[in-house]
Design a protein. Structure first.
Lengths: 337, 326
């Protein structure tokens, strides 16, 4: 990996942090409604895994799907940040035309197949995407990002079983941040080591790694992705991580201590990576400051501006997109009498 | 034309669509090696192989979800859910995913999936194998729900469902799989929308769907003997409902009865009659009548089961009641 790539990755992670911070502000300003789940703290996982996947290449991309903490996964797959922000603002220019909101970012043009609010629902959808890749004979794979909380849904067990029986090319990425909303793993899960719930139970390769260090994430994700792509078999990869903010905006965080949070903040993936790059003389502290300034400028003067100035959907379009808006009368009718 | 059983019609539609388009696959419990509980895919495993006629484990929610995911990436899966009771296990993926993905993605992603399932009572299968649930699916935005009454529609609507870009639920019936009808030898399609007048009449409109169309037809024959000319209307689709055809018929006959095998509350009859009141209230000469199942879990005991589920006699007497003859 070149120094330019390393700088880009650092910039991406800083951008993601600042983007989410700005979403927080927009929410406090009541510009953004509904539920808002921010990714701060977990950046190394999506950034590192998707750096190793095919992204930003339109329909050639690997398929990516995730839960409701989805802004960053969408952007790293290829969605435009200004469209993601416009979606949060409920605008017609949003990635889902203002119909989805924060939890339902979609960008079909980049094979980003959505954010879903039902915990565990993306498991089978991901396996179906993998099935389609296999059936079409492309070398694409499906990548499913979900948290540790999702692994107590039936869909986890049902899907991992089928993905394994049918050799579907799916990478299941478990972002283990230790909490299912406000309930810790040890209070909810008999086997807290998520990767151990997979190997013998579903005869699927699995492993566990540090999710706070992007270099670790990239090297482990590369191996897993190569395996899924080349063997056409599923793989379950667990990354231990931590979310720095609450589960959503309505989270008082009464379930974890300040001490614990401070311990994890020491392992901030952005700090870890920037310290490493500074030490290796890839970048200077001043470069990073300049980078941050540039990012803030972009967010304010391009992304937020676009979201603010975009039009809302027309109320007359309320009933669009429920079913196919231009159905073929041969299949749909009306019935010829 | 050849006399074809309902299950054969479904099988033929599968076969033709799978031969035409490699993206069409079928998934479900026991549909492959075992040939299918209702034989709807019999012989197709040998023809198309394990990758296209997929025997699933007993995991309704997730295999339906896998089909939905595959449909999002361009495949055309036909899911068989062995009994509509088991579709309750898949409600999350059907209602929260398939029905909503097009809308919440702003029209970017379609879910062209077909879900076939028998919904109805057979004989003494008791409460957990006798659900009908049509009313549950017809109340969900983003789905199409169709109810073929015989082999013609079973074939033609499945063909259309595979080609439509919407999620379609086809509600079949355990008591209809052996029902026979002449259907054309050449390929044809039957649309997913539109009610159909299956018997012309002038005195009362008997509205049914799926199996209850046959109850209405039998009742109409008996009414004929009494000098009453009943019109029988098959809804064909429960979502969307063809209110125009209903209105025209009611404006002709001025009396109406709706027969459903489901329980009454918040049901097909409630919905249809509300639509009639909204569309053509002043065309009515009498109070609309609903014929529906008793509001109980379906009992095992044969006599109790019979008492719980409507039959042609109930429709006949309901029509006489509507017309003030009893």
């Amino acid at each position: 990996m070149t120094d330019a790539d390393k700088k880009r990755l650092l910039r991406e992670m800083i951008f993601y942090r600042r983007f989410e911070d700005r979403c927080f502000e927009a929410y406090m300003e009541r510009k953004v409604g509904g539920f808002l789940h921010l990714y701060s703290g977990q950046e190394a996982v999506a950034t590192g895994v998707l750096e190793m996947a095919v992204t930003h290449q339109g329909e050639k991309n690997d398929y990516v799907i995730t839960g409701y903490r989805d802004h960053i996964h969408a952007i790293k797959t290829g969605a435009k940040p200004r469209e993601v922000m416009a979606e949060l603002y409920g605008k017609e220019t949003g990635s889902s035309k203002g119909r989805g909101g924060s939890m339902h970012i979609f960008d079909a043009s980049q094979n980003f197949m959505g954010g879903y609010a039902l915990v565990g629902q993306p498991f089978p959808l991901a396996a179906g995407l993998g099935m389609a890749c296999k059936h079409k004979g492309t070398k694409q794979i499906a990548i499913c990002f979900l948290g540790d909380g999702a692994n107590n849904q039936g869909t986890f067990h049902e899907t991992l079983n089928m993905a394994s029986v049918w050799n579907l090319p799916v990478l299941f990425v478990c972002e283990n941040n230790g909490y299912a909303i406000g309930t810790s793993l040890d209070r909810s899960t008999a086997q807290p080591q998520q990767y151990k719930r997979v190997d013998t139970a579903y005869n699927m390769k699995s492993s566990k790694h540090d999710g706070m260090d992007i270099d670790v994430v990239m090297s482990e994700a590369k191996k897993a992705i190569d395996y899924v792509r080349n063997e056409s078999k599923p793989y379950f990869i667990e990354f231990i991580t931590y979310r720095f903010r609450g589960h959503s905006m309505s989270d008082a965080k009464g379930y974890r201590t300040r001490d614990e949070e401070q311990e994890w903040e020491k392992r901030d993936p952005i700090k870890t990576y920037s310290d490493r790059l500074i030490k290796a003389n890839v970048i200077t502290a001043d470069d990073i400051k300049a980078m941050e300034k540039e990012i803030d400028h972009e967010i304010e003067h391009d992304i937020i501006k676009f979201a603010e100035e975009s039009p809302e959907p027309a109320v007359s379009d309320l009933n669009k997109y429920v079913l196919d808006d231009n159905p073929d009368p041969r299949w749909i009718g009306p019935l010829q009498k | 034309m050849a006399e074809t059983a309902y299950w054969e019609a479904i099988r033929r539609a599968h076969d033709e669509e799978m031969a035409r388009d490699k993206m069409v696959i079928a998934m479900g419990e026991d549909i492959g090696v075992a040939g299918g509980t209702y034989k709807a895919t019999s012989g197709l495993y040998d023809k198309y192989g394990a990758e296209r006629i997929i025997d699933t484990p007993i995991s309704e929610n997730s295999y339906t979800g896998i089909g939905i995911g595959a449909s999002m990436a361009g495949m055309r899966p036909i899911i068989e859910i062995m009994s509509i009771n088991f579709a309750l296990l898949a409600l999350d993926t059907i209602v929260n995913a398939a029905a909503k993905i097009r809308y919440m993605s702003g029209g970017q992603i379609a879910c062209p999936i077909v879900m076939r399932t028998p919904g109805g009572t057979a004989h003494q299968l008791a409460a957990q194998h006798s659900a009908r649930l049509a009313r549950m699916f017809m109340s969900t935005s983003g789905l199409r729900v169709v109810t073929p009454r015989g082999p013609l529609d079973a074939y033609g609507m499945l063909k259309s469902a595979v080609r439509s870009n919407d999620p379609v639920i086809i509600i079949e019936h355990e008591q209809m799989y052996n029902l026979k009808e002449e259907i054309p030898d050449e390929e044809f399609f039957r649309p997913l929308e539109g009610a159909e007048i299956v018997r012309e009449g002038s005195d009362i409109t008997l509205i049914g769907y799926n199996y209850s169309v046959h109850l209405c037809l039998e009742a109409a024959r008996r009414l004929q003997a009494d000098g009453i000319h009943a019109e029988v209307l098959d809804l064909r689709a429960l979502k969307p409902i063809d209110r125009e055809t209903i209105r025209k018929s009611v404006e002709k006959t001025h009396n109406v009865l709706v027969a459903e095998e489901d329980e009454g509350p918040v049901g097909v009859g409630s919905e249809i009659i509300t639509g009639i009141i909204e569309d053509c209230f002043y065309a009515l000469d009498s109070q609309p009548v609903r014929i529906h199942a008793a509001d109980v879990p379906v009992p095992y005991n044969h006599k109790l089961e019979k008492a719980a589920i409507p039959n042609a006699d109930d429709v006949y007497h309901g029509a006489l009641k509507a017309l003030g003859k009893i």
